[in-house]
Each structure stands twice: as C-alpha cells, then as structure tokens.
Write a protein that binds this ligand. Structure first.
Ligand code: PLP
Length: 444
C-alpha cells in the first residue's frame, strides 16, 4: 500500500498555480526569493538582489522590520482573531482613528478588507449604496479609465482598462464606461514629474461621457491618481483637479485608487495630499501594512458615511464585509507601520529623494530603444521599443536580465517600472539605475 503523502516532494513546482505568471515558462527556469531584509532579497542559493520595486509596490518601510514583527507577535499572543460583524476589537477602532487623523480633508472613516482588489469592490459598492441612500438610485454606472488597474475582482476588472485582465471574463459588470488613458508620449515623452500637456482636455472627456449617458445614471468615477501597473503614468498637469470639478458639477463621486500611491510613494501621505484634491472615497492596501499581513481599506468622506447612517438603528447600513475585515494581526501590523512612517519621517524622505531618483531615471535616456522615461515621487517607468511581432518580449527579457544582474524590476509589456522602498539610500539608487541600464542595454 502506498503510504499517504504528508509532504510535497522537494523542488516540485507543479502544484502551485501561480498568479499573473507564465507558469510553464517560470517552472522551467524559476526565479525564487527566499529571504529579505532592508532593501534586499536573497535567492535560495544566497544571491543578493536589490529590491527596485518594494516587493510589488508595497514594502515601503523596507523588509524585515523588527517593530512590525513584534507587534504581530504580541497580537497573536493576545488574540489571534475576532469577528468584525456585530462585534469589534479595540485595535480596529484605534487604527481607523489614526488613519482618519492623517488623511486630508474629511476622509474620516475607514472600512477595512484584505487587499486592493477588495478595497476597490468595496468602494464601488459604497458609492452605489450612497447614491441609492440619497434617493439617486438611478445612478448605477461606474466610470473607469483605459489602462487603469483596480485589482482583479469583477468590479475592479470592469472599471479597469488593461485588456489582458478583462478579455477572459466575458461581459463583466454592465453599465461601465471608460475615459481615455493619459499617456501621450508624442507630446509628453521624457517628462520630469507631471507632464505638461493634455490634462484639462483629457479630463474633459468625462464631460463627453456624461453627455452620452446623463449624469443621473452615473454613480462614480474611479482613477489611480498616478496609474501604476500599466507602467507608471503620472497624470498631466491639472487633470485630477479638473476631474474633481466635473464630478462635483454632476453629483458624481470621485474615487482615488491609492493602492500604490498611498503611504508615501509620492512624498506625501497620499496622492490626495500631493495634488491637493480630496476624493470622496479612497482605496488603499499594500503600504498600509508594509505587506506583512494582507490588508486593504476604503477611506470614506464624512458626508458619504453620514449619508449611509440612516433608517432604523437596528438595521445594518452596508450589507458588505469580509471575515477578515480589520483582522487583529493586520491592525497590529498597520499600526506599527504608521509608527515607523512617522518616527522615521519616511514620507518626507521619499519627497527628499525624489529629485535624486528623477535624475537617476532620466540618466537612462539615450539607451538603445528607450522611447520614454517618466517619474513622480519615488517611482518611475521606462518604455522601450518592442521587438517586431513580439510585443512584451523585450520587456520580459529586460526583467529577467535585471534579476540575473541582481535587481528586481516590474515589467508591463515593453515597459519597466521601478518603485524602491522609501528607506532606500542614494548609493542604492545609483546601483538600481546602473543595473537597470545594464539590463536595458543587454536586451537591445
Ligand atoms: C491601483 C491598484 N488597485 C488595486 C490593486 C489590487 O491590489 P491587490 O493585488 O492587493 O488585490 C493594485 C495592485 O497592484 C493596484 O495597483
């Protein structure tokens, strides 16, 4: 008789169905990470790789932070789990109060979940519920943007605008429309910081969509203040301000998806601070817990929360939530991360380093096939000319080459994006830029 298998065979990569990965290609030539500290990873063989992407735009305070580890361990000792449905635990309320205090404007309320995808779907639902609660139940349309990434829930992929994330899943949510993306390389290539051209005109495309559908059918508009996953596209000057004006004019809620920009990436707490534009709802994840325990959230303005607190007091106001909403371990981690951000002035540090980063990124101009470089805060994107009949091949090769050289970057088609942890040092930025340059040259 065959004994029951109690442990998987070592080195068998077959069982794990990897997300957003070419499984067969990867499993033939795997790239494994086994250990992390500060701004570095180590492979199982002990090769050191500098983290040019803060994991997946999420390890803002650097890897292996002792304070976070201790906070999680303490919480695990004290109480591993408590439900948040009709019950509560103190750390969730404390965390929400801390978040509310650091957020701009009257983003005074926090709804918690476990990921950016859940945050986006939660925000879309809150928007619909609020419109209905104020007697505007005909407002059911949601407006996203081409090239937007809002996670992988059905709401998120419906308002999202990246074709590969949409095409496998049928018709998605009905009643969704999209504004044009904001990437205008013909006019804005090699912009340092915010691109000059197209901001107001591109935002005015929302007026065209309103004219087509009528404002009375539109609940909300969702955008990433600075599009991340599509290759890092800072918005042209005036774009977000204009979107805010148009939404106000038509009673449409504005949602900022700050899953990447939140918690210091632009050198301010949030992109809302950076642009001085307050959205009605803001989605966050990633840096909220420094990626130690999965967590996401929706920050909600006072009038939206108040608008939902109506009807009899014994009735649940929002029939929505997750078993792990405000999980105690996530709350403990998120609170410890806030201490680090504050004590080490990491948002300020990100702002101070951003000029150095910008100069480093733009020093790669002129490398073979580089057609655009953009940056904002402590992140940037580099477009490369694709190979004939093989879109994305050069981008992938550059990503693999960079990893071989000891640098982790993100690849989106033929674009390379980088977003180091906010604790990065200048000499480490030099190293990242040097290795990225070598990888780009090697794949020309
Ligand atoms: C802007 C934005 N929204 C949502 C998400 C989805 O987050 P998650 O992967 O945690 O579901 C991401 C992930 O990269 C993101 O960049």
């Amino acid at each position: 008789m065959t004994p029951p298998a109690t442990a998987p065979a070592a080195n068998n990569l077959e069982a794990f169905f990897m997300p957003f990965t070419a499984n067969r290609q990867f499993k033939k030539n795997p790239r494994l990470l086994a250990r992390a500290k500060g701004v570095h990873y180590w492979t199982p063989e002990g090769r050191k790789v500098i983290d040019g992407t803060a994991g997946l735009w999420c390890v803002n305070a650097g890897h292996g932070r002792e304070e976070i580890k201790q906070a999680i361990a303490r919480q695990l000792e004290e109480m591993d789990y408590a439900p948040s449905f009709q019950m509560g635990h103190p750390k969730s309320f404390e965390l929400a109060a801390r978040h509310a205090a650091m957020l701009p404007g009257d983003l005074d309320h926090a709804f918690y979940c476990n990921s950016g995808s859940e945050a986006v779907d939660s925000a879309l639902k809150i928007a619909l519920a609020w419109q209905r609660a104020r007697g505007q139940g005909t407002r059911t349309r949601l407006i996203g943007r081409e090239r937007g990434y809002h996670g992988v829930g059905f709401g998120g992929i419906s308002v999202g605008g990246m074709v590969n994330n949409r095409k496998q899943w049928g018709v998605l949510l009905p009643g969704v429309d999209h504004m044009p993306h904001t990437h205008l390389p013909a006019k804005n290539a090699f912009s340092r910081g915010l691109p000059e051209h197209g901001g107001v005109e591109l935002a005015d495309e929302l007026e065209r969509i309103v004219a087509l559908h009528d404002a009375s059918t539109i609940a909300a508009v969702i955008v990433e203040p600075c599009a991340g996953s599509t290759g890092y596209l800072p918005p042209p000057k005036g774009y977000l301000q204009r979107l805010r004006q148009i939404c106000d004019k038509h009673g449409i809620l504005l949602i900022f998806d700050e899953v990447i920009t939140g918690f210091g990436r632009l050198g301010t707490g949030f992109a809302a601070d950076f642009f001085n534009v307050i959205p009605d709802l803001m989605t966050v994840a990633k840096g909220i817990s420094n990626a130690t325990v999965p967590m996401g959230g929706v920050f909600v303005r006072k009038h939206i929360y108040d608008g939902l607190m109506n009807g009899p007091e014994n009735v649940v106001e929002l029939f929505h939530g997750y078993t792990y909403s405000a999980h105690p371990l996530a709350c403990a981690a998120a609170s410890a991360v806030l201490d680090i951000y504050k004590d080490e002035g990491l948002f300020q540090r990100s702002a101070e380093l951003s000029k150095y980063w910008e100069d480093g990124m733009h020093s790669l101009k002129g490398l073979p096939g580089v057609t655009d470089i953009r940056n904002l805060g402590l992140a940037g994107g580099i477009d490369m000319e694709g190979r004939k009949d093989a879109p994305g091949a050069r981008g992938y090769d550059t990503f693999v080459k960079a990893f071989e050289l000891g640098l982790m970057v993100r690849q989106a088609a033929d674009t390379i994006a980088m977003s180091p942890p906010l604790v990065i040092e200048k000499n480490q930025i030099d190293e990242i830029i040097d290795l990225a340059g070598k990888a780009i040259k090697a794949t020309a």
